[in-house]
Design a protein around this ligand. Structure first.
Ligand code: ZN
Ligand code: ZN
Length: 169
């Protein structure tokens, strides 16, 4: 068999992907031996995989930050609406500030809940352990809420930055 590109040259290898003959010069261009067309195809496929992995990476960081925001906003919104309705019905507006602070706390607690996942030691055989775990996590969510929000924001920002700079490296 002769080289597909140089018909006067004896083939020393075949393209790993399409099987055409390659002479010494053509075979040495790529490792493993590939014709230029198949090498190009492989490169484009690798580029596509890389872009996809990058997108998935960014998406998971986005989810970690945006999902608790959406969830927290919904809970906070419900608390505020309930508070407003209660105030209108009772005419007692002093409880509104309490409801507002509950809404703000509820918003941040969702971040604390995610961050305190290490305290989620559930044991199906023991209900008490499960209850203690949940109580502990709620307490931790309360304490860690605001720092957890900033920590998640920081991590998200870093992820976006990393994703932007990775191609320049
Ligand atoms: Zn080929
Ligand atoms: Zn050749």
């Amino acid at each position: 068999m002769n080289c597909y590109f140089h018909t006067d040259q004896v083939a020393v290898a075949t393209c790993q992907d399409c099987g055409i003959g390659l002479c010494k010069e053509c075979a040495s261009k790529y490792t493993p031996a590939l014709c230029s067309e198949c090498a190009g195809k492989r490169e484009r496929a690798a580029q596509k995989d890389y872009e996809k992995a990058k997108q998935e990476h960014l998406q998971s960081a986005k989810d970690a930050f945006l999902k608790p925001i959406i969830f927290g906003s919904v809970v906070a919104g419900i608390v505020i609406v309930l508070g407003l309705v209660t105030c209108i019905i009772t005419g007692e507006w002093s409880i509104f500030t309490t409801m507002l602070s509950i809404a703000v706390t509820a918003f941040f607690m969702r971040f604390g809940w995610n961050l305190s996942s290490f305290a989620a030691f559930s044991d199906n055989s023991n209900v008490m352990v499960g209850i203690i775990s949940i109580v502990l996590r709620i307490a931790l969510s309360f304490i860690l809420g605001i720092p957890a929000f900033f920590w998640t924001l920081y991590k998200y920002r870093k992820e976006v930055e990393w994703n932007k700079n990775i191609d320049k490296m």
